[in-house]
Design a protein around this ligand. Structure first.
Ligand code: CA
Length: 392
């Protein structure tokens, strides 16, 4: 079995930065859609794919790939805690590993993997979004979910919690199959029927990737768009004259980083470290301070970083019988509560907990920002109100 790959990422027509990234390193492929202020989104998506790629050999099996995703989660949390400007950053990841006979997909967030076979498109991943959860529970139709104002609220992402559990899907592959990995900048703008048609009409994977990006931009290009198309062919076919990307990692608008060669060559953007890191001068005073002072300094910096990190975390949970928004993380270290109540609503927690969608309130529902938390609260309010109507 042989693979042919096409890939493209594009800033879209409205965004100021491209926070998406992709990884093409046969037989491993991935897309990531970063989020977070400053350059946080770029850093999170790139850091995730760099960690998944790793320094040495590629992950050999899905278990090794799960480990890399978990390592990526930790790396994002650590970098966010160490740099206040990156606090609260996160990313989706949809990664696919081909073992010659099967495709192993690992997935966190709302980027997607599809299998195009015999002319029709099948979605392999399920979005980790609030609206998708409501679709599964029959409380929204898929069409309603597509237009829902809170459709981008993620229920799972890398960089949010200490532990992350990726979804895993394995499908047998056969010649003629096409695998599509993409971020929501494609699927939010172009419907599945149109994506299917493009994949049916355009046999070349790079051309197909380009066309899909063009379709998303033509439909408005509201978001960054990233597409990876992997074609499965018989091993015996002669190699086509196509210049296949051998890119390790690519972002569309890389920050000026050291070691950049001629412009235009995609490899130049490979695994570029965050620019701050490359330029930070080495402290000259280190040999002068004693180890104790250094240790104190490290502890102090870690604590300052932790506080900044906590300030950027939000969740929704109970406070004295009412649904409330908390700032911090729902944890207690020794006698230290790592969060405080930001806003208390008039919604009785007990009523919300009776609704299956909101049972997560018991442990706290993670939000990406205060605005996200407020959106979640509004959704809880609507749901509680609706349930009151349903049970007279
Ligand atoms: Ca996006």
């Amino acid at each position: 079995m042989k693979l042919r790959v096409g890939a493209r990422t594009d800033i879209g027509r409205l965004r100021e930065r491209n926070e998406d990234a992709y990884l093409v390193e046969e037989p491993l492929f991935a897309v990531a859609d970063g989020m977070g202020g400053h350059r946080g989104g770029n850093v999170a998506s790139a850091l995730a794919l760099e960690t998944i790629r790793g320094e040495g050999p590629l992950p050999a099996d899905p278990e090794a790939l799960v480990d890399r995703l978990r390592a990526a989660n930790r790396a994002i949390l650590q970098r966010g805690a160490a740099d206040p400007r990156l606090a609260g950053m996160g990313t989706t990841v949809t990664a696919a590993l081909c073992d010659g006979e099967r495709l192993h997909v690992l997935h966190v967030g709302d980027s997607r993997a599809y299998l195009f076979r015999d002319g029709s498109l099948r979605q392999l991943t399920e979005d980790h979004t609030l609206v998708q959860r409501m679709v599964r529970e029959g409380r929204l139709t898929p069409e309603e979910a597509e237009r829902h104002p809170q459709r981008s609220i993620l229920t799972r992402a890398l960089g949010v919690e200490g532990e992350v559990e990726p979804d895993r899907v394995t499908v047998p592959l056969r010649p003629g199959d096409r695998v599509l990995l993409c971020t929501d900048g494609l699927t939010g703008m172009v419907d599945a029927a149109r994506i299917e048609q493009v994949l049916r009409d355009e046999p070349d994977p790079q051309r197909a990737a380009d066309l899909l990006v063009e379709e998303a931009n033509r439909a408005g290009g509201d978001d960054n768009i990233t597409v990876v198309v992997v074609d499965v062919e018989e091993a015996g076919n002669p190699a086509p004259a196509q210049a296949r990307p051998t890119v390790a990692l690519r972002r569309e608008d890389p920050a000026p980083a050291p070691r950049v060669g001629p412009p235009g060559a995609a490899q130049d953007h490979a695994a570029a470290p965050a620019p701050e890191e490359g330029r930070r001068p080495r402290p000259r005073w280190r040999p002068l301070v004693g180890w104790a002072a250094l240790a104190l300094l490290v502890l102090g910096t870690a604590w300052a970083g932790a506080r900044v990190y906590l300030r950027a975390q939000w969740y929704v949970a109970d406070a004295g019988g009412r649904v409330a928004i908390y700032n911090g993380v729902p944890l207690r270290v020794l006698s230290w509560q790592l969060s405080e109540v930001e806003e208390v609503t008039d919604i009785p927690t007990a009523e919300a907990l009776r609704l299956r969608t909101w049972q997560g309130l018991a442990d706290g529902i993670t939000a990406r920002s205060l605005e996200d938390a407020r959106a979640i609260v509004e959704q809880i309010r609507l749901d509680v109100r609706a349930s009151r109507g349903a049970t007279p």
